[in-house]
Structures are given as structure tokens and as C-alpha cells.
Design a protein around this ligand. Structure first.
Ligand SMILES: Nc1ncnc2c1ncn2[C@@H]1O[C@H](COP(=O)(O)OP(=O)(O)OP(=O)(O)O)[C@@H](O)[C@H]1O
Length: 309
């Protein structure tokens, strides 16, 4: 449905997106996850035809966004990071006005506004002024605006930014509901946000894709590397290092010594606590501590997006 090919964007000499390629199939809810300044908004602006790329191409349903932005935009609903909504109108009047601007036929307009108000949970505020709404409701109105033309693709830039936990949960459930029928792409810098909502997560850092997969795939790659720490007494350092490094699946052994105690940190391909325990027991060394550090997705995200990585 969407094919991003070798996308690069420079703002003067700042490279915001570097050689990004990505295919997004129809019906997917995809989260673009990354820290501030990773290039998420820039990617979404180019995808929605609001910003030209420096290099590269984006096809939306076979349409080249750069060559035919008007046709491409017809397929996309876009909620930018700070959605510009007029404060002085009633919600209903505002949606009605936008429906007219978008050329929605009068015969279907009333039904469309009714559907949207239900989908986006704004029935109760349709006759309130936009300025009186909470940030969460304003965001729902923004969603309704993005969905006005019943687009096949919905692009949301940090849709839950600045909302309280209840509002976040509400926006999430609306996105999930919309995602049953549409392709949804949204950006966030919060891992749990992407985890709760997405079929697929693309982690971007410094304009590049750092990881791409389903939540399960990212989690199993996070589990693929384990760290085990243990402390021993009554063991000779050389013997202990040798014995631990000979355990199948241990890829690195680090040791520090203090007051007759050996503290080890092992890298392993899986949870090897049982093997470590038996190795120590068979040699009559005293085990003071045995711990497995959980390498959570949170850690992976931090490692992938931290400075210098
Ligand atoms: N209009 C602009 N002019 C110059 N540099 C820009 C402009 N917009 C973005 N940048 C720079 O491009 C890089 C990527 O910014 P972008 O807004 O795309 O990142 P982001 O991941 O969306 O971050 P945030 O979550 O903070 O919005 C950053 O270094 C940013 O400072």
C-alpha cells in the first residue's frame, strides 16, 4: 500500500532522514517510534505530501506522492503534531464546514458527521465550542477531521502527546478501532504507546531505521541476548573463568575481584542460570548470588537510540 524508497531529507545541512526504505501493507497499524529529533515528523510530512524529500520516492497505492500529491492526499487522512483547529466555532459547525471544504456531498454529509462523532467519541461535545474542550477532546476532533473523507490511510503525528493517562487510553482505543479497517501510521516516542496499539513497530534514530518488526519479533530479539551476573567465594579466578566460559551458550565472561569475592557478568544466548548453578555446585564453590538481568524491550530501545549507537 505504501512504499518508501531510499528517502532522504536535509534541512540545509541537517540530515533529518537518511536513506530510509519501508513498505507498509494495507491494514497495518504501524508505529514509528523514536526519540525527539529522530526524524519521525519529517518522514510523516513527506509521506503526506506536505514536504518534498531531498531524495527518494514514496508511492501510496502506486501513486508517486511527489509527482501527484493531490491524488495521494485523497487517500490519506493526516493529523499533524499540533493540529490547527479553530477555537471559536462549535464542534458540529466546524466539522460541517470542513466537510463542505472537502466537497462531501450534502446528501451524505449528515450521516458522515454522525458516524464520525460516534467513531471519535465526540457525540457529547458536538454543540460545544472548540475552545471549551479539553486537550483530549480537541485531539478527538482532530481525528474526526483527519477521517472526514474516509481515507484508506490515517497518519497521526504523536497523537497522544500532552494528554493525561485517561485521554491517552481513549485515543488509543479509537486508533485501534479505526485500524480494524484502515492502514494507520503513527509516531510516538513512548515505547508502551507503540506496544499497546501497533501490529508493527519501526524504531528510528537519527533519521535511520534502527529496528523493524512485530512486537513479538522485537521482544524475542531482546530476549536473544541475556546477561547473567553471579558472585562466588572460595573459587580461583582462572578456574572459575574457564569453567564458566566453557558452558555452552556463554559468549563472554567478565570478572571483577573484591575481598575474596569474584563478581561475574556473563553474556549468554539464553537463560543459562541452571547450567551456571550446576557448574558452581560441582566444584564446591560458594554461590553468593545468581541473577539474570532482564534485557527488556525498554533496554533495547534505549540501546538502539542512545548517543553513539
Ligand atoms: N523546519 C526545520 N528546519 C530545520 N531543521 C529541522 C526542521 N524540522 C526538523 N528539523 C530537524 O530535523 C531533525 C528531525 O526532526 P523531526 O521533527 O522530524 O524529528 P521527530 O522525530 O519528529 O522529533 P520530535 O518528536 O521532537 O518532533 C531534527 O534534528 C530537527 O531539529
Amino acid at each position: 500500500m505504501i512504499s518508501i524508497q531510499e528517502l532522504t531529507k536535509y534541512y540545509d545541512d541537517v540530515c533529518a532522514v537518511k536513506d530510509m526504505s519501508l513498505d507498509i501493507p494495507e491494514g497495518q497499524i504501524m508505529g514509528l517510534l523514536g526519540p525527539n529529533g529522530a526524524g519521525k515528523s519529517t518522514t510523516l510530512r513527506i509521506l503526506t505530501g506536505y514536504l518534498p524529500p531531498s531524495e527518494g520516492t514514496i508511492f501510496v497505492n502506486g501513486i508517486d506522492v511527489r509527482k501527484d500529491p493531490i491524488e495521494a492526499k485523497k487517500l490519506i487522512g493526516y493529523l499533524p503534531e499540533s493540529s490547527p483547529i479553530y477555537p471559536d466555532m462549535l464542534v458540529y459547525d466546524y466539522l460541517d464546514y470542513i466537510a463542505q471544504v472537502r466537497g462531501i456531498d450534502k446528501s451524505v454529509k449528515t450521516a458522515r458527521l454522525k458516524d464520525l462523532s460516534g467513531l471519535c467519541g465526540i457525540r457529547d461535545v458536538m454543540h460545544k465550542s472548540v475552545s471549551s474542550l479539553s486537550k483530549g477532546y480537541k485531539q478527538r476532533v482532530g481525528l474526526a477531521l483527519a477521517m472526514m473523507s474516509d481515507p484508506r490511510i490515517l497518519v497521526l503525528d504523536e497523537p497522544t502527546s500532552g494528554l493525561d493517562p485517561n485521554q491517552i487510553a481513549e485515543i488509543r482505543s479509537i486508533i485501534k478501532e479505526i485500524g480494524k479497517e484502515k492502514t494507520v501510521i503513527f509516531s510516538t516516542h513512548i515505547l508502551s504507546e507503540a506496544e499497546a496499539t501497533c501490529d508493527r513497530i519501526v524504531i528510528v534514530n537519527k533519521g535511520k531505521i534502527a529496528a523493524d518488526g512485530t512486537m513479538d519479533e522485537l521482544k524475542s530479539s531482546a530476549r536473544a541476548e541475556q546477561k547473567i551476573s553471579l558472585s562466588l567465594r572460595d573459587a580461583k579466578r582462572d578456574d572459575a573463568e574457564k569453567a564458566l566460559s566453557e558452558i555452552e551458550g556463554v559468549t563472554a565472561v567478565n570478572c571483577t575481584e573484591r575481598e575474596g569475592q569474584l563478581d561475574f557478568s556473563l553474556d549468554a544466548v539464553r537463560d543459562l542460570r541452571a547450567e551456571v548453578y550446576l557448574t558452581v555446585k560441582n566444584r564446591d564453590w560458594v554461590m553468593l548470588e545468581l541473577l539474570q538481568e532482564k534485557k527488556s524491550l525498554e533496554n533495547i530501545f534505549r540501546i538502539l537510540t542512545s548517543e553513539g549507537k
